[in-house]
Write a protein of this length. Structure first.
Length: 146
């Protein structure tokens, strides 16, 4: 009886393609959630708690537009990551996730639990995009060497 051996996966398999897909899906979802959050802030003032004497004095309409714009840009960056444009989309995704984290932190008094969930998603987007290593061919560099 012969045993079948299965080839071991490449050591960086989990950090290349899978990580960029994970980040792209999370960024896309985060963008859609931010758009919906912004639309609900724009539509009615009954969805979020009324906050008085808060340091960041922006109306819910202002927050709605901020969240809609950040969400739309996040959807574009997430879709670009999933389409295979990781060069510029990776940097844009990290930048947008950081901006979204700041915006959600400032939005905490209006929807604390939801803002914390969005901050956690932003953290995982930054983590996945920061760990992404593009595939580099394993060709030896023999130029100019004897």
């Amino acid at each position: 009886m012969t045993q079948q051996t299965h080839p071991a996966p490449a050591p960086s398999a989990g950090r290349t393609g899978d990580g960029i897909v994970f980040a792209g899906v999370l960024l896309l979802m985060n963008g859609v959630f931010a758009i919906l959050q912004g639309i609900s802030a724009l539509a009615t003032d009954d969805v979020y708690a009324r906050v008085h004497d808060y340091v960041y004095k922006i109306s819910l309409t202002g927050w709605g537009w901020i969240l809609v714009v950040l969400g739309a840009l996040g959807v574009v960056a997430g879709a670009a990551l999933l389409k295979g444009a990781p060069g510029w989309a990776r940097g844009l995704g990290i930048f947008l996730a950081a901006l979204s984290m700041i915006a959600q932190f400032m939005f905490l008094p209006y929807a604390p639990l939801w803002a914390l969930i969005m901050i956690a998603i932003d953290f995982f987007v930054i983590w996945a995009l920061a760990l992404y290593l593009p595939d580099v061919p394993d060709t030896p560099d023999t130029a100019g060497r004897p």
